[in-house]
Design a binder for this molecule. Structure first.
Ligand SMILES: [Zn+2]
Length: 60
């Protein structure tokens, strides 16, 4: 089963807790035009989809 990891392009670190992102129920920042999340790594505020990168990975 795949999960989605959200990476903040600006710092290269994880931007969203893995537990909050699931393929079956996408959070607001993936489905809404306007959103605001705080990067877990550098604590920058992210308001643009182009600032985050989605990577799917497999759980063991
Ligand atoms: Zn960051």
């Amino acid at each position: 089963m795949g999960n989605i990891r959200v990476v903040h392009i600006g710092c290269g670190g994880p931007a969203i807790d893995d537990d909050q992102v699931h393929p079956d129920s996408l959070p607001a920042f993936l489905t809404s035009e306007k959103f605001s999340v705080t990067c877990l790594t550098c604590l920058d505020e992210i308001t643009d989809r182009s600032e985050i990168e989605l990577a799917e990975y497999l759980n063991q």
